[in-house]
Design a protein around this ligand. Structure first.
Ligand code: AMP
Length: 398
């Protein structure tokens, strides 16, 4: 990595402004999943162990640029206290007197969490003055919020113009190194597995990966647009009519690298909000009944994909193989999670790119059996598209 790392930065006794991603789900005013808080612990502990003062900044949700008690970061305080085993101070605002007074009261080895950055519209607008006010709180900037690195916001990009050095935290560094290895030095055979709802969000990923990979295995809702482009009847399955030509063109350009499912689980009634299906059958892709909806890849597809993954040395996976939120349509997704775990055990380099596929491997209990599970959905996708992430580009060079 060409960017300055936390371990190469002297944080001893410094006020470290640390951008974390505490965009955690809340339920009844409490943190419902502390994964993101845990992910920042190595960086926080490193700063504290060196006698630095950690001033944590983050966003949570989309509060529309004004204070919203339902999106306060305060519920993170008890969780972080418990995980660190020490007191964590909290300031009611991320700038102004509440912030400056709390920073002044912070002792070496102390931790302070500031209130939600997005209570100010200047955060997402990347306002210069707001970025400068944030920067004045610290002597060093460390960014560990990979999940927002694809956004040029005041706390990810703007702040780096006013506070140097700006270094990558441990989580940020791990994310960049793992994702970069996929694009820069993947050991062959390299197989990509793509799923999820739509092709439209993943066109640029497919285009960037095609010349680098040996195969792209496609499942999930996006598979049906490809199948339709090949002339199959897809019943009532998800289709992006305006992407049919593009799907056909990608298939042609791929010259056999893109592999589609052999069979599909179909239902006569898909109710996503109620998480229920009507009657369910598994049919070959050439026999999808009219009016029925494809909700998962079938066992013949899992076998096809397993055969093509055999011996793979590098695998990247983004997007579920079906509507995995519904148990009866989750088999294909969990089967892929197990296949990846087996490949990792055989020495393959396996990366799960954020969002729903990360949630799937976590709920399958297999997250620690992957080489890397990205914490950033959108950021990981943009990285795989080959884009430069503004939050990364803005950091000081090594
Ligand atoms: P994405 O955010 O594009 O990765 O899409 C993830 C979503 O795709 C999940 O909520 C899945 O329920 C949904 N999905 C996967 N397969 C299908 C399908 N066959 N039909 C409709 N939605 C699907």
């Amino acid at each position: 990595m060409s960017k300055l790392r936390l371990e190469d930065t002297d944080v001893a006794h410094k006020r470290v402004l640390l951008r974390v991603d505490f965009n955690v789900p809340l339920a009844s005013g409490a943190v419902a999943d502390d994964t993101r808080i845990r992910a920042a612990l190595p960086t926080i502990r490193h700063i504290l162990a060196a006698g630095g003062r950690a001033i944590l900044i983050s966003h949570l949700g989309r509060p529309k640029g004004r204070p919203d008690p339902g999106m306060s970061l305060r519920p993170c305080v008890p969780v972080l206290q418990e995980l660190l085993g020490q007191a964590v101070a909290f300031a009611e605002d991320c700038v102004g007197p509440p912030a400056t007074e709390a920073v002044a009261a912070l002792k070496p080895g102390g931790v302070l969490l500031l209130e939600n950055l997005r209570f100010h519209p200047e955060e997402t607008a990347n306002d210069t003055d707001f970025a400068r006010r944030l920067a004045e709180l610290g002597e060093i900037f460390v960014n560990d919020a990979f999940g927002t690195a694809h956004r040029a916001h005041a706390s990810t990009e703007g702040v780096t113009h006013h506070l140097k050095p700006s270094a990558a935290g441990f989580l940020m560094t791990a994310e960049i190194e793992h994702l970069d290895r996929l694009l820069q030095s993947p050991e062959a055979p390299f197989v990509a597995i793509l799923g999820g709802a739509k092709i439209s969000g993943k066109i640029d990923v497919i285009a960037n990966l095609l010349p680098r990979v040996d195969r792209i295995l496609i499942g999930g809702g996006m598979a049906y647009t490809f199948l339709k482009a090949q002339g199959y009847g897809i019943g009532a399955s998800l289709v992006e009519a305006d992407r049919l030509d593009l799907a056909g063109e990608l298939l042609k350009r791929a010259g056999g690298k893109i592999v589609l499912p052999a069979d599909t689980v179909v239902t006569d009634r898909l109710d996503v909000p109620a998480r229920t299906l009507g009657a369910v059958r598994t049919v070959p892709v050439e026999a999808i009944p009219g009016g029925w909806t494809g909700v998962d890849i079938g066992s013949a597809s899992v076998q096809r994909f397993a055969d093509l993954l055999e011996g793979a040395r590098t695998v990247v996976w983004n997007g579920p193989m079906g509507v995995f939120e519904i148990a009866a349509a989750a088999d294909g997704t969990f089967a892929m999670a197990r296949l990846l775990a087996q490949l990792t055990a055989k020495g393959a380099f396996t990366v799960v790119g954020g969002g729903d596929s990360a949630a799937a491997v976590t709920s399958a209990g297999l997250a620690d059996r992957m080489s890397h599970v990205s914490t950033g959905g959108g950021a990981a996708l943009e990285f795989l598209e080959g884009k430069v992430l503004p939050g990364v580009a803005a950091l000081s060079d090594a």
